[in-house]
Design a protein around this ligand. Sequence first.
Ligand SMILES: [Zn+2]
Length: 183
Amino acid sequence: MPSTPSKEKVITATKVLEKISAYDPYFARPADSVLLAWASALTLANIPEDIALDAVDHMYVNVDSENFRPLPGLLIQHCREIRRERFEAERKAKELDEPQVEKITMEEWEERHGQTFPRGKLGKVIPFQDPEVEGVNPRRVACPHCKVGPGAPCVIAGTNTPIRNLPAHWGRVAAAKKAGVMR
Ligand SMILES: [Zn+2]
């Protein structure tokens, strides 16, 4: 005799069996003992209703035989697969939410920031920060790093290629702040 199912799981099992009969017109209305056995299995495996019902779809989209017989153990396998898939999807979504650390060379860091890399931080991850440009217009002053004059966009030092990742080198923003040139 299977363990006694909770009332809640009896309701879930009823819905599961109804859903199975919607997929399978030959699935006979189960006897009460069968219903209780399904409910016991769901109780033992601790399957919540939403997963149990989704598992019916999951099970039937994977059926490839006319002789398929839905059994509690099989449904529970599908429940576990759904849980794994959801867990995996959540983990991926969380990963995407977390800021990614971009790895760049020291030269690139210095180029972007317009200042010497702090040697004490060698080998450490230091977050890249956008220069504070709020309120000041760095282009009103010359850039002490790449040496462009007022008005011109910052370039990669020694070239004519404008920098891409920043509105201006940090040193220039600092100079603009010092000079108090507003936007
Ligand atoms: Zn510059």
